[in-house]
Design a protein around this ligand. Sequence first.
Ligand code: FEO
Length: 394
Amino acid sequence: MKPRKIREGVHWVGAIDWDRRLFDDLIPLPDGTSYNAYLIQGSEKTALIDTVDPTTSHVLLSRLNQLGTEHIDYVIANHAEQDHSGALPQILERYPEAQVVCTPKCKAMLVDLLLAPEDRIMAVDDSATLSLGDRTLEFIHAPWVHWPETMLTYLREDRILFPCDFFGSHLATTDLYVTDEGRVYEAAKRYYAEIMMPFRKIIQKNLERVQGYDISLIAPSHGPMHDRPEFILEAYRSWVFDEPKNIVVLPYISMHGSTLIMVDHLVDALVERGVTVERFNLAATDIGKLAMALVDAATIVIGSPTVLTGAHPNVVYAAYLANALRPKVRFVSIIGSYGWGGKMVQQLAGLIPNLKVEVLDPIIVKGRPRDEDFAALGKLAATIAEKHNALNLQ
Ligand code: FEO
């Protein structure tokens, strides 16, 4: 694919990674991803906004060649993570005059992570500007979106915001701009859940600041660009600020069927009381789907059998993940079964210290659930519905 023109003198020069299925050896990428980079040719200076993943550095260099780029004055490093900074060494080698521009923290990280030459990195203050002649870049420090060194770059004259990971989506597509909002909404929500949600409180402040800018185009470093910025700004406002919804997320494992019987019963009891349930069999689920469900959930009910005195390892992983992602969940409970004993409840409770939640009485059954256990599950469903109603959750 050739470089793609966005405005006169502004081109997309990124790489599309159609086949990547795992990010950081952790995050599933069902739709691949892209590493967007942008070349801005001002009347006097030329700037490259971010680079690409090191595995695709040849693609970036090829696109720059196709544009006849003989000279780059500045490489703007909005973020030190290697999927955007990883091709810096090749760019600095190809363009020996280029200076890297980034936050002071990013400068230290580029030296640490890439062994980048310190004397070629220029640290800029928050709100600093850089003239390209007829165009001006403004740098907006935005720490913890999603690393401590992150910043956004605003191209004033064209009203384009380059926010790097912020507002991005892991989506490999030939669409330069968002065309299918439903598809991008899902990918962007998954991205938010997995990458941004742990920093929700800080993102609130950054989101408010961004809304003070006059923006015609948001050009993130993953996924298509937003030429209707309000679409993604509104989505972020909802994920970041809104109350949770009337939703129970129910991740579970069942080894011999007892926990499954309990899950089935609880789901029916919740649905009867008007509560939406998103259930995930952790033996098969895409963990990214679980993360997405946590964005809006008011309650998590964890279901697990007892294995070697504790929860099933997949359940331990899910609890650890939920704790790390810090969703705005309000209530938690645990249901499950055991054969002869164990400390599953204590173990799981100890795994979620970050969740500021009210713990609803767990229901742990010896062997198969009996009538009194079904009654307890009905009571748990009623309690959850009452709690949600009391908060007027929609
Ligand atoms: Fe897309 Fe945080 O890197």
